[in-house]
Design a protein around this ligand. Structure first.
Ligand code: E4P
Length: 217
């Protein structure tokens, strides 16, 4: 499974990118606003760091403005993917953009039919939001499982990005469900490689080795 970093923080992206585990990045208006910097320069910096798709989201809500904004965003860098909200206007925009060869990520997907329509419109990616579904007592993982089955049933090439990831279990569950990508916030990425028993085991090895060396002298 591919792993994307779900952040617009350039320093965090540099750190995780150095580990060689990052295949792309997703941003959204909330994440960019949190950084308090110029949007275009933030996205361009991220695109220069990461060798993979970087999603930047349109802020327009009508199809004609979405087209124009998407065309402008796609010129910021070769690896920009334009994020389009899952609305009727968004579907119109995705259909046109996909014909123009502009890659799209349909975001705010909360049902299997929303995801299927996005795939039919030609979306490159769809982003089901796990955490926000779990928050209202629904099941984010069930949505990913349904999308996997529907896309496999009909051979849709659209890749599924599990978004709104809140914990380690979400990442493990979507990997088991055959999801193509999980986009993971920096604070949860750390949890993928850390384990207390690894730290404990390493401390014991270091202690035993130091004792062995002391006895050799
Ligand atoms: C990524 O594409 C989404 O915008 C992001 O994962 C949403 O996460 P949140 O529900 O924690 O805001």
């Amino acid at each position: 499974m591919k792993i994307f970093a779900d952040t617009a923080n350039v320093e965090d992206i540099k750190k995780v990118n150095e580990l060689g585990i990052i295949d792309g990045v997703t941003t959204n208006p909330t994440l960019v606003a949190r950084e308090g910097k110029d949007w275009e320069s933030v996205e361009k910096q991220i695109c220069a760091i990461v060798d993979g798709p970087v999603s930047a989201e349109v802020t327009a809500d009508r199809a004609p403005e979405m087209f124009n904004q998407a065309r402008a965003l796609s010129k910021w860098a070769d690896n920009i993917v334009v994020k389009i909200p899952m609305t009727a206007e968004g579907l119109k925009a995705v259909k046109v953009l996909s014909k123009e060869g502009i890659k799209t990520n349909v975001t705010l997907v909360f049902s299997a039919m929303q995801g299927m329509l996005a795939a039919k419109a030609g979306a490159t990616y769809v982003s089901p939001f796990l955490g926000r579904l779990d928050d209202i007592g629904a099941s984010g993982i069930e949505l990913v499982e349904k999308l996997r089955q529907i896309f496999d049933n009909y051979g849709y090439q659209t890749e599924i990005i599990a978004a709104s990831i809140r914990n380690y279990q979400h990442v493990e569950q979507v990997a088991l469900a055959g999801c193509d990508i999980a986009t993971v916030p920096a604070k949860i990425l750390v949890k993928l490689w850390e384990h207390p028993l690894t730290d404990k085991g390493l401390a014991a090895f270091e202690r035993d080795w130091a004792e062995f060396e002391r006895l050799q002298k």
